[in-house]
Design a protein around this ligand. Structure first.
Ligand SMILES: [Zn+2]
Length: 105
């Protein structure tokens, strides 16, 4: 199947109707489908809304989920880190740029 499905639209518009229709009945395949779809949407939302690790002037990494992580060497990607170890979302790093005009003392 090569056709792409807009999962967000499907979840918003179609799923509540299907759920209502099947309410109170037992459909293993249906249940499996719902779980798979919800998982897909959750993963997609995590990609859209990742955990951003922002490097400060001291080389510490401030995370979107309000944690601070210290790396001895290199940046998260150089250490093979793909997910935030605190919230589990995909990790996007934002390196500290000395030339961005910020004055740290
Ligand atoms: Zn996080």
């Amino acid at each position: 199947m090569s056709e792409k499905i807009d999962l967000d639209h499907f979840m918003r518009a179609t799923l509540p109707k299907i759920k209502k229709f099947y309410e109170g009945r037992y459909y293993p395949l249906y249940t499996t489908l719902i779980v798979a779809l919800e998982q897909s949407v959750r993963e997609r939302n995590e990609i859209i809304n990742p955990c951003v690790w922002e490097e400060d002037c001291d080389g510490n990494w401030e995370t979107s989920c309000d944690q601070t992580f210290c790396l001895d060497h290199g940046c998260p990607s150089e250490n093979g880190m793909k997910y935030c170890c605190y919230c589990g979302k995909p990790l996007v790093e934002k390196r500290y740029a000395e030339e961005d005009g910020s004055k740290e003392e």
